[in-house]
Design a protein. Structure first.
Length: 368
């Protein structure tokens, strides 16, 4: 009996030790599993990149005359003049503070002049890249585009829907690659390509040589949306005798937006053309039915009335107000389970009549 008790006690203690050891090492085990999973995704993504993407973006991802580099510090937001930028921002903030003495302001202005000289000297090493279109002050591609989501989502949504408007400044438009858009790749394959591109990132270890090795930086064309709006406003001036409908503005408060929409009648046909056209590209992410990156078009108005307006934060909202805020201030609310990925610049691309037309079109989307 005593032997059995001893054996049972030893077995129990051994079990506790084993469970404890597993618990202690579970985090490391899962981290190792995640690394292995990501590594396999990168390997698969490399093969997909070579067969589908390298023709335009280059075998090494450094771009070509057909498309910009992805293996680039610009895509990952590396600042080669970080110390200078940081000090300059701090000095400008201090200069504008209430209570900063005139003597201190003079010191700050003198130091800012010195920083300009230091920046010019530091930029000398970057000059070959600058000659190709690189701007050391605009070193983050996502910030330059006004993209509020993650880099992962930027790459993923670009692969899904393509960039149809890019034909205005590249030899060929960026095509859609997802099967949901009628192309050839599954979403898991797109994710593998994303992981491969993200693996280009060197963090703080990007060198000047990496920058100089970039063959093609993104182009900054005249915005076709703003050109189209300008042409439309010129035509409106000619027809109305001088009265313009102003752009909404990306920072305009929702109350002012609703005031600007007051009295306007939306045209759903024009709204549909705006929605499906290449200028805004709404249908790239908001496809007709199920979508992995944004709520579907089908049933939009029904969901607004039956689901969104029932939520406490939208008490007092009308459906039109909810849609206007969703278009102009998309980060004010993100429908679960989606993540913030919608551009925030539509207010600078739409006038009030166009916004009214878009809302009128979305109101036609009843159904389940």
């Amino acid at each position: 009996m005593e032997s059995r008790i001893l054996v049972g006690t030893v077995a129990f203690l051994a079990t506790l030790v084993l469970v404890g050891w597993i618990a202690i090492n579970e985090g490391g085990r899962m981290a190792a599993f995640d690394r292995q999973f990501t590594a396999r995704a990168i390997e698969r993504g490399a093969a997909l990149f070579v067969s589908n993407c390298s023709t335009c973006h280059g075998v090494d991802g450094r771009g070509s005359a057909k498309a910009p580099a992805l293996n680039s510090p610009l895509l990952f937001g590396h600042d080669y003049l970080a110390e200078i930028h940081s000090e300059r921002n701090a000095l400008n903030a201090e200069h504008d503070l209430e209570g900063t003495t005139d003597a201190r302001k003079a010191e700050i202005e003198a130091r800012l002049t010195e920083l300009e000289t230091e920046e010019a000297q530091a930029a000398t090493a970057l000059q070959p890249a600058i000659d190709k279109g690189y701007n050391p002050d605009n070193f983050n591609r996502l910030v330059n585009l006004g993209w509020s989501g993650s880099l992962h989502n930027f790459i993923y949504t670009t692969l899904i829907g393509g960039r149809p408007t890019s034909s205005a400044y590249w030899p060929d438009p960026m095509p859609a690659w997802s099967q949901t858009a009628g192309a050839s790749l599954r979403n898991d394959q797109l994710e593998d390509i994303v992981q491969y591109v993200l693996n280009f990132d060197k963090g703080d270890n990007w060198t000047v040589e990496d920058l100089l090795a970039v063959n093609q930086f993104p182009k900054v064309p005249a915005d076709p949306a703003n050109v189209a709006i300008l042409e439309q406003q010129i035509q409106q001036l000619q027809e109305s005798g001088g009265e313009l409908i102003p752009l909404v503005g990306s920072t305009t408060p929702i109350a002012d937006i609703m005031a600007g929409l007051e009295g306007l009648t939306g045209d759903p046909i024009n709204g549909q053309q705006l929605y499906t056209g290449a200028t805004l590209g709404c249908s790239t992410c908001h496809v007709a039915q199920a979508s992995v990156i944004a709520p579907p078009l089908e049933g939009t108005w029904t969901r607004v009335e039956t689901e969104r307006l029932a939520e406490p934060q939208f008490e007092g909202y009308t459906g039109e107000q909810y849609l206007a805020e969703s278009i102009i201030h998309p980060n004010a609310y993100t429908v679960p389970p989606f993540t913030p990925a919608m551009p925030t610049y539509f207010g600078d691309r739409l006038n009030y009549q166009q916004l009214a037309d878009l809302i009128a079109f979305l109101k036609t989307q009843d159904g389940e």
